[in-house]
Design a protein around this ligand. Structure first.
Ligand code: NI
Length: 162
């Protein structure tokens, strides 16, 4: 259990394509646990492996108000989307900033769990936004690539960092 350093905007690792996870070994379990600790410590609702400098297709998401419902996504893929939402989006790699990003309002993701078993998970609103945002990180895409308008200073009370 450890807090990892979060790579910030401008770090080239955030613009690179991540590689598929081929096996879950002790090193990967440690990484997952550290990513969860880091996400909770920093008050984020999601974190992708490239944000801690590891180019693997792995992300964690927890949009529950209590922060007690982690979703671990290994090799995630979006398999269904519907609807639309437009709103403020933040990222732990750009602390204190927010941009307006249009996302689907509903997203279904297929991913592997820590036993490398496939599962699907659905989300709406913030959860759908988080799934899109984290999977974008695995493809080297930041919300600043997608936003309409300028990057703004965020109100920490209102914006979730992903
Ligand atoms: Ni992010």
């Amino acid at each position: 259990m450890a807090i990892r350093n979060i790579r910030k905007f401008g770090d080239k690792v955030l613009t690179k394509q991540s590689k598929p996870v081929t096996e879950v070994n002790q090193k990967l379990i440690t990484l997952i646990n550290d990513m969860l600790d880091t996400m909770y410590e920093e008050g984020g609702a999601g974190l992708a492996a490239p944000q801690v400098g590891i180019l693997k297709r792995l992300a964690v998401v927890d949009t529950s108000p209590e922060g007690d419902s982690p979703i671990i996504l290994i090799n995630p893929e979006i398999i269904e989307v519907s609807g639309e939402q437009t709103g403020g989006e933040g990222c732990l790699s750009l602390p204190g900033k927010v941009g307006i990003v249009k996302r689907p309002n509903y997203v279904k993701v297929r991913a592997q769990d820590i036993n490398m078993e496939y599962f699907t998970v659905e989300g709406t609103e913030l959860t759908a936004r988080a799934f899109c945002h984290e999977i974008d990180h695995l493809n080297g895409v930041l919300y600043t690539d997608l936003m309409t308008g300028e990057l703004m200073d965020s109100d920490v009370e209102e914006e979730e960092e992903l």
